[in-house]
Design a protein around this ligand. Structure first.
Ligand SMILES: [Zn+2]
Length: 406
């Protein structure tokens, strides 16, 4: 949500008015005057800038009663058709990309094999090609793209958009993803090489997408993604909580008891991801003669009701649940969502067994433990929303209006 409240006392700018309209808190000129304390003339001037930029339009609903009395007022709404967002979600072996509307509807989508281990140059170039083809499908021009959002399976320094020592992204450490992806977009789609690119961890963006779509009133929301690795995203007060170094939620590399002989992809022994991820379950299955090499293979086996896969997923759920007891006690979230390849009844059952046994009743009394709703599209939707909230948030909106010369 666009959290910032317009400042009282006449200092609210066009970006603040936009935030009020977008959030639905004030959608007429009268309501904007009341919310900001600005005069009718000043509200009019600021709205004119937003109309000239094409960001705001008069609503189709017709006039409504003005809160200040007098003439009924025309409702205002965010023009969600004046631009589009590009988003991509990189997994270790495949990726998904889409063109999204500013309100998050997917307008064109593509998914296919794409290996992060091929390195950032090749992968980001390919994404540029995908974006070009997707844009062509929607009939939108490259100059309609306001920004690009990218979800990656590793820890991200969101100030620079670079991944930091990612255990499962060889060759990506410190790479300038923003510049390379904007260049790939420019080369293949004939877009601007200055297009803003936002990069974030996939679990963060899944949490953001799912919270906004399904639990907008939940002020403390946690999501755990269990696929090839294990990661978590936390959304507090409608904002992704990243911690001071972007390390919040990186629970996959917590050392767990009895896991000391399991080598993790990060190079250490005994990490939670080494004993309870989709990859770990796949290795156990392969050891028992069941063909499985990755989290997605395990997902297919679970879908088919494979009994050994189900038993191992439940055991993995118990191990993750033990760590989640601490997470839940610390955060006291309203919703704990389980997502990723292992998300399903056996894993969830295992999580619940340990969670309710280990966490204090007070921190689980109102907790909903649920599976994902947006499923495979959660990170895409979250990445798109992150870009829109960034670009149309009060501060950035002012800068962009100035740059547009309106
Ligand atoms: Zn590890």
């Amino acid at each position: 949500m666009s959290g910032k409240v317009a400042k009282a006392g006449g200092h609210a700018g066009a970006g603040d008015l936009l935030a009020l309209v977008r959030s639905g808190r004030a959608t007429t000129r009268g309501a904007l005057q009341q919310a900001t304390g600005l005069s009718r003339a000043t509200v009019g001037q600021r709205l004119d800038r937003l109309f000239r930029a094409g960001w705001l339009r008069e609503g189709a609903g017709g006039p409504v009663d003005s809160p200040l009395g007098g003439r009924p007022s025309i409702t205002l709404e965010f023009d969600d058709d004046h631009a589009v967002v590009l988003a991509a979600d990189l997994d270790t072996r495949h990726a998904r990309a889409a063109v999204l509307s500013l309100t998050g509807e997917i307008q064109a989508e593509h998914s296919g094999p794409l290996a992060v281990e091929d390195g950032p140059d090749a992968v980001l170039d390919r994404l540029g090609r995908w974006f070009a083809a997707l844009l062509e499908k929607t009939g939108r021009r490259a100059d309609a793209v306001c920004g690009i959002g990218l979800a990656v399976p590793g820890p991200v320094d969101t100030d620079t958009g670079r991944v930091v020592q990612p255990p499962i992204m060889p060759g990506w450490d410190g790479y300038d993803i923003r510049v390379r992806l904007a260049r790939a977009f420019a080369e293949h789609a004939d877009g601007s090489a200055d297009t803003p690119v936002l990069v974030d961890n996939d679990a963060n963006l899944m949490a953001y997408g799912e919270q906004r779509a399904g639990y907008p009133d939940c002020t403390a929301f946690a999501l755990v993604k269990v696929s090839t690795g294990i990661g978590a995203g936390v959304v507090v007060g409608g904002t992704i909580y990243r911690g001071i170094d972007g390390g919040a939620g990186d629970i996959g590399h917590i050392r767990v008891p009895d896991g000391s002989d399991a080598l993790c992809r990060c190079g250490a022994y005994g990490c939670l991801a080494a004993v309870a991820s989709g990859g770990a379950v796949a290795r156990r299955l392969a050891g028992a003669g069941v063909p499985a090499a990755s989290g997605s293979d395990v997902r297919d086996l679970l879908t088919a009701g494979h009994p050994e896969a189900a038993a191992l997923a439940r055991e993995a759920g118990r191990r993750v649940g033990e760590v989640l007891a601490t997470v839940v006690t610390l955060l006291n979230p309203g919703v704990l969502m389980i997502a990723g390849d292992l998300a399903g009844t056996p894993f969830l059952t295992g999580v619940r067994e340990l969670l309710y046994q280990r966490a204090l009743p007070r921190s689980t009394a109102h907790l909903e433990v649920v599976t994902a709703r947006l499923g495979e599209r959660a990170a895409l939707v979250g990445a798109g929303a992150l870009v829109v909230e960034h670009l149309y948030g009060p501060e950035r909106a002012e800068e962009r209006l100035a740059a547009l010369g309106v």
